[in-house]
Write a protein that binds this ligand. Structure first.
Ligand code: NAD
Length: 101
């Protein structure tokens, strides 16, 4: 499965300790993004544990911290107060011009 740009951006920022709000157009897209990020974070940390570069406890703590930094909404109002907004919507000009990014 090819990663979606918004999921990559959200995951990397959350891993670096930033509070991230992922805004999607509907509940299904929101569930897809959340699920993909949870799976990806777990997979990366699982690999680190397997390779012996991280303990299981440290991986569990890191996963919990990353996921705690993430929240999702279908309401663009959730972006209010954000310091930075990254637009990563499908390559469709009619959709992009309506986005807040
Ligand atoms: N995927 C990559 O590796 C990658 C790399 C560089 C740049 N980009 C850029 O990132 C952007 C997104 O690419 P992608 O491959 O992740 O696209 P994608 O098709 O996987 O979708 C990206 C996002 O757009 C949302 N979306 C779809 N239809 C929508 C609609 N009608 N209204 C509002 N939101 C809608 C999806 O829910 C998803 O969150 C594009 O501009 C692309 O050029 C992607």
């Amino acid at each position: 499965m090819f990663p979606r740009a918004p999921d990559l951006v959200n995951q990397m920022a959350a891993e670096k300790g930033y509070k991230v709000v992922g805004v999607e157009s509907n509940d299904a897209a929101m569930a897809t993004g959340k699920g993909r990020i949870e799976k990806s974070v777990g997979m990366l940390l699982g690999k680190a544990v397997k390779k012996g570069t991280m303990t299981k406890d440290a991986a569990d703590a890191s996963q919990a911290a990353t996921l705690a930094n993430l929240s999702f909404s279908t309401d663009q109002g959730a972006l209010e107060g954000c310091d930075l907004v990254v637009e990563a919507i499908i390559e469709d000009i009619n959709v992009k011009v309506r986005s807040p990014g």
